[in-house]
Write a protein of this length. Structure first.
Length: 126
């Protein structure tokens, strides 16, 4: 494994371990650092499930679409969604205790509908 890839994987693991998902400011800080890692990374992409549970990945996607007032975020949001797609990540349906699919679940697609419609076509690939 290349030195750069090892460094990026270690950074990703460290970022994951440092964030308190209950704290909004920590989630936002995580996203900024994670985005910089994604933007500057190269080579083989990680399996996101090796680092994050599906709920965390969904939370990161939603967080990426929260700052509607910043025009610089437009390219960043699409870049991040494309990164998630490139890693091969696929959302899986959630089920209730009886094994029935949850239909009232708010997904990143719902968040995109409000402020980031241009991201929606890409989100259908997740």
């Amino acid at each position: 494994m290349g030195e750069r890839k090892q460094f990026c994987l270690k950074m990703l693991k460290n970022l994951r371990e440092e964030v308190n998902w209950e704290m909004e400011e920590e989630r936002r800080g995580f996203f900024r650092k994670f985005h910089a890692l994604v933007k500057n990374g190269s080579g083989e992409l990680p399996n996101l499930r090796d680092f994050f549970c599906p709920e965390e990945i969904e939370s990161i996607l939603v967080e990426s679409m929260r700052s509607k007032d910043d025009p610089d975020r437009i390219d960043e949001n699409l870049l991040f969604v494309k990164f998630v797609i490139a890693t091969g990540y696929k959302d899986e349906p959630k089920f209730d205790k009886d094994g029935k699919p949850l239909v009232n679940r708010k997904t990143p697609l719902h968040h995109a509908l409000k402020n980031y419609r241009y991201v929606m076509p890409a989100l259908f690939n997740i």
